[in-house]
Design a protein around this ligand. Sequence first.
Ligand SMILES: Nc1nc2c(ncn2[C@@H]2O[C@H](COP(=O)(O)OP(=O)(O)OP(=O)(O)O)[C@@H](O)[C@H]2O)c(=O)[nH]1
Ligand SMILES: [Mg+2]
Length: 344
Amino acid sequence: MKIGLVGYRGSGKSTLFEWLSGVAPDPALSHSGQSAMAVIPESRLDQLAAIYHPKKVTTAALELVDTPGLSRTHEGNAVRLALIREAVCLVLVVAAFDGSDPMADMRSFDEDLMLADMEILAGRIERIEQAVKKPLHRPERDALRHEEETLKLVLGAIESGKPLREAQMTEEQLNVTRSFRLLCEKPRLVVVNTADDEEHPKRFTAASTDELPIIAIPAGLELELARMTPKDRAEFEREMGVGGTDREGLIRRLLYISGHMLFFTCSEKEVRSWLLCKGGTALEAAGAVHTDMARGFIRAEVMTTSDLVRLGSERELKAQHLVRQEHKHYIVQDDDILLIRFSV
Ligand SMILES: Nc1nc2c(ncn2[C@@H]2O[C@H](COP(=O)(O)OP(=O)(O)OP(=O)(O)O)[C@@H](O)[C@H]2O)c(=O)[nH]1
Ligand SMILES: [Mg+2]
């Protein structure tokens, strides 16, 4: 699961990438994009480790992709954006530290996404139109015509700037559309990269909504703070009167914006957090752990970390009937600990 950091040249993408992942981007790779993992901090793992004393604790992580800066003239941006077509969500980094207008950049970015999506759709429509000129069996021709109709509908919606969920489409049409992984449709978080001494960061976030959340971070300063020793940092923060941004909170927020959540597995060998799509089933969770577990899935034994932490042991949970037996269609919840029973 990838999260794409995107934005115009010099907006602070690589700065944010390093701050979130702790990995300095390699300048040699700045044209092709690069990835690093950002661990998803989870205090529940520590609580579980205190109960199981496992040999190993493994924390789920988000894959961040730092991308090459976009051009304000839109030229060549579709190619640069192709790098993040498979991303599940986008972090748009807009500069406010250098006198740029973040709101104008946000609008301009919308246009870039639209152009890139329209290019993809128009290309496919053109190929279909070529293909149907050739001799084809009836079902094949019908399928292509049907796809073309759907794509024209989508293209029309994008051109009018309407989100696709407002265009009235059938489930089947939505499926055709999904395979194009349209950029316009990806959930997005906007990070306004403010100057170190910005006094009114709230003016940038006033337009924030649930649909399009906007946060303001002095990314350059945050990265500098993160590189300091704790002692130097405390001193610096006291002198300058600045407080750090909640990096861990931001990573968790990205997890939810991307439509994912965490579940846990626990044993004496390993306590571990895992990523799962919101609404994912026990069978999908089993597949995330190991394909064999999904293939031989029998049932899942489910308890919650809050019950376990409260009562202190699996035995106590069982005594209180708080360990449930669930089948493969069970919808996994964010706090669940799963033990998958499977046959090999
Ligand atoms: N003052 C200030 N400078 C910053 C901040 N963030 C980034 N910069 C500077 O802006 C320049 C670009 O930062 P990067 O993080 O490399 O930006 P980028 O978006 O990755 O740039 P490209 O990959 O070239 O598009 C660097 O010189 C940074 O030092 C900030 O919050 N405040
Ligand atoms: Mg960069």
